[in-house]
Ligand binder design. Structure first.
Ligand code: AMP
Length: 488
């Protein structure tokens, strides 16, 4: 059962019918197995039917954040080359223009279920013979990125989805008696694979919220049993006056990931709610890799041991395993690991080691008893409110502006968002001439809101090492106190 905040409910039988209609509709448009369906819409139950309809029809589901603007969309559509786009009516103009260049169909879907997709579906009978697919076939194309270049599409197979969901259902004890409080976005691995995967694989129910709001979560907690979130959600719940142990009496589990969970937040949440949040670790390319246990020690500051069937190792630069407790490069191998990046050709070879481990790009240490501690990212990825921001992308946009000579984008600690985006720029007309508010106004139509710098700092010169590389670690130290409250 899926329940929305207004009390509307949908059963598994509804899910079967609606996903069947979607699959028929897309098939009738001429889509073939393996064709991509790009989806940029607001979260609603229809997105779940659309996801399932794509899986059943053998189409590759390619979800995008609603925040993406024209330039970003142009890259994604050009790279994914979808056969159909389903977009919010507000995005119809840009998608129609992009579709004309790539020769694909455009359908609309609004949060209130209006749109041409729904109109077309209403004409369709619900029964659809689900297409047989191989486990190695691609089910979802999900873009993620290194800092060195444009975002890359991770090819997630049907086998990946099945393996991860099966493992998580067992690890976290999901049953048909559970109700997940689903408040994460469904264009990201966390809400899509982890959230929906656990529910669908166990026959559980969902309280399905369009987005996170502390007040709405408080209303849904008494009728839920499990919640998944990013650290920001949990810190916001603590700011809600009515949030206490009584409100959580029906809950059996709070799960956290996508960014490091501060130990102070873990303790404060424990004191207020009586629940010790279960922290786990994963990424777009691999699904979930490690998790603190359901029963047994949940060790603060760690993400627990590797999940069953998942191999994790920490190595040096030459891929040689390091002794327990030593920080090094974290690598992963298992049925959860993706099939490589989309259209990257030979450039992708270095993503995997010779013996088939994926290089996560994270630094970590594994204790003798298997508990994993994530030390940080070896690349300069910024995670703000659980969403990834790649500095290079912003720097490219900033550097293209006439008023900017050069820029360095860094993440600094932020009490609410985990990290805040800060742009350090050298102004072409001198420090005094640059109006930072005007600069932000220029960036706003070009970038998704969460990528916009929370602060622009104007400097005379960027610190560089002898090789000419910008020393971002020095900038991070210098601006570390911009947004966070120093410990008392
Ligand atoms: P994404 O592909 O958007 O899911 O981002 C994956 C990245 O998020 C990982 O490579 C980690 O750097 C980070 N991450 C996810 N979960 C955790 C966690 N529990 N602690 C620290 N970092 C995390």
């Amino acid at each position: 059962m899926l329940t929305t905040p207004d009390g509307t409910t949908y059963t598994y039988a509804d899910a079967l019918d609606e996903s069947g209609r979607v699959a028929r509709c897309l098939s009738d448009l001429g889509l073939k197995a393996g064709d991509r369906v790009t989806v940029q819409v607001e979260k609603s139950p229809m997105v779940v039917w659309l996801y399932l309809g794509c899986l059943r029809g053998g189409f590759v589901f390619h979800p995008l954040n609603m925040d993406y603007q024209a330039e970003e969309l142009e890259y994604f559509i050009g790279n994914a080359k979808p056969a159909a786009i389903v977009c919010d009516p507000a995005k119809l103009d840009i998608h129609t223009r992009l579709a004309a260049e790539t020769d694909c169909r455009v359908l609309t879907l609004a949060a209130n279920d209006a749109g041409t997709l729904v109109t077309a579906m209403r004409e369709m009978p619900p029964d659809f013979q689900t297409r047989e697919r191989k486990l190695s076939d691609i089910a979802v194309l999900l873009y993620s990125s290194g800092t060195t270049g444009p975002p890359k599409g991770a090819k997630i197979t049907h086998a990946n989805l099945a393996a991860n969901a099966t493992t998580l259902v067992r690890a976290w004890g999901f049953t048909a008696a559970d109700t997940l409080l689903h408040t994460l976005p469904v264009y990201h691995a966390h809400g899509l694979f982890v959230g929906l995967g656990c529910v669908l694989m166990s026959g559980a129910s969902m309280q399905f919220l369009p987005r996170f709001s502390a007040a709405a979560v408080c209303t849904a907690l008494p009728v839920s049993t499990v919640m998944m979130g990013v650290p920001t959600y949990y810190s916001r719940l603590l700011s809600e006056a009515g949030f206490d142990a009584a409100l959580c009496a029906h809950m059996r589990l709070f799960i956290c990931g996508s960014a490091p969970l501060p130990e102070t937040l873990l303790q404060a949440f424990h004191e207020r709610s009586g629940h010790l949040i279960l922290e786990r670790y994963g990424m777009t390319e691999t699904g979930m890799n490690a998790s603190n246990p359901l029963t047994g020690e949940r060790r603060p500051g760690t993400v627990g041991p590797a999940l069953p069937g998942v191999e994790l190792r920490v190595t040096d630069e030459a891929d040689q395993p390091l002794p327990a407790g030593t920080v090094g490069h974290l690598q992963v191998r298992g049925p959860n690991v993706f099939a490589g990046y989309w259209r990257t050709g030979n450039a992708a070879r270095n993503d995997f080691t010779a013996d088939g481990f994926f290089r996560t790009g994270d630094l970590a240490a594994i204790a003798a008893d298997g508990y994993v501690t994530i030390a940080g990212r070896s690349r300069d990825l910024i995670i703000t409110g659980g969403l990834n921001v790649y500095p290079r992308e912003l720097e490219n946009v900033l550097d293209s502006l006439p008023e900017v000579v050069e820029s360095a984008v860094i993440g600094v600690p932020h009490d609410d968002f985990g990290e805040a985006v800060v742009a350090v720029v050298v102004a072409s007309g001198g420090r005094a001439a640059l109006r930072t508010e005007e600069l932000l106004d220029t960036l706003r139509p070009r970038l998704a809101g969460y990528k916009l710098p929370k602060q622009v700092v104007v400097v005379d010169a960027l610190p560089r090492n002898s090789m000419g590389k910008v020393q971002k670690n020095r900038l991070r130290e210098q601006y570390a106190g911009l947004f966070s409250t120093p410990p008392a």
